[in-house]
Design a protein around this ligand. Structure first.
Ligand SMILES: [Zn+2]
Length: 301
């Protein structure tokens, strides 16, 4: 290996580290009772990542219950008769490092309950601390602003609590800006005007105000309005607990309830809400877990 390529490789590794990425380990699989096979894209992952899960060897009508970290998670089949079942496991960016289990339960032919699980190690992400200065009202909101922010939170939670039992996506997820591939800041622990705040749960793409923003995937708009911190915001439901969020827009081109196709223009880049300048903030939530949206472009559900 030449010195240049070695340096490049080291630089890539280090860059990956600062964004909280860990080297990807190989997939794991386990054969359970009655020939059911569980597969996970990796046995070890880090905060803010997603894992692909698969169940094979199932009968077409066979029903399963899946649990990730003590919570039920949705499962889907490509077609009702498909013997392969899929799930996405989201590892929230603040999920404590440790050992967790992806657990599956079903009934045997004689009605006897069966359970089988695969362990998952979650490592702490290596997220840098970022110190920023923003308008005072976004760090010390007055009671009215505080109330508004809390109502926004409730609205977001209500959206994410809804699991649409339907695949609304088609094909691959794409980045939401054309020609802009460098997004960053995911997971950064934030100190705003000297005060610790929740970590940065999205990917920021720097772009000029007015740059068109596209739906990363087809789905249904569930929120399209101005929120206190995220400014003009659009949230799209892609089904099975998968949501993408687009924040700080200067203009919104859709409304709640609209079906959208992947690549449909949903608004324009702006600097509304709590920002230091114009950019697109792009978020991905899987069953309430805040994960790095760039990962879904690389790994398809
Ligand atoms: Zn952001």
């Amino acid at each position: 290996m030449s010195r240049v390529s070695l340096l490049l490789m080291l630089a890539c590794l280090l860059a990956g580290r600062t964004q909280g990425k860990q080297p990807v380990q190989g997939a794991v699989k386990k054969t359970c009772d009655s020939g059911i096979i569980l597969k996970l894209s990796s046995a070890a992952t880090s905060q803010g990542s997603l894992l692909l899960a698969e169940i094979s060897g199932a009968k077409p009508s066979q029903e399963f219950t899946a649990e990730w970290d003590g919570r039920p998670i949705p499962l889907w089949r490509e077609t009702p008769a498909s013997p392969t079942i899929h799930a996405l496991l989201g590892v929230d960016l603040e999920k404590p490092a440790g050992r967790y289990e992806w657990k599956l339960s079903w009934s045997a032919a004689d009605g006897k309950p069966i359970a089988c699980s695969l362990p998952v190690t979650v490592r702490a992400g290596k997220f840098p601390i970022e110190r920023l200065t923003v308008e005072k009202q976004f760090v010390q909101p007055d009671p009215e602003q505080q109330k508004r922010a809390e109502e926004d939170q409730k609205k977001m939670k209500a959206s994410y609590d809804t699991v649409t039992p339907e695949v609304l996506w088609k094909g691959k997820f794409i980045r939401p800006l054309k020609g802009v591939t460098t997004g960053g800041n995911f997971g950064r622990r934030r100190v705003l005007n000297g005060e610790a705040r929740s970590p940065h749960a999205g990917v920021d793409f720097p772009a000029a105000t007015g740059t068109p923003v596209y739906a990363a995937q087809s789905g249904r708009v569930v929120l399209a309005e101005n929120l206190y911190y995220s400014g003009n915001t659009v949230v799209i439901d892609h089904g099975y607990g998968i949501y993408t969020l687009y924040a700080h827009l200067s203009e919104i081109a859709v409304k709640a309830g609209d079906p959208v196709e992947a690549s449909a223009e949903i608004g324009k880049v702006g600097a509304t809400g709590r920002v230091t300048g114009p950019h697109l903030h792009w978020g991905l939530t899987i069953d309430h877990a805040r994960v790095n949206a760039l990962q879904i472009v690389q790994r398809q559900p």
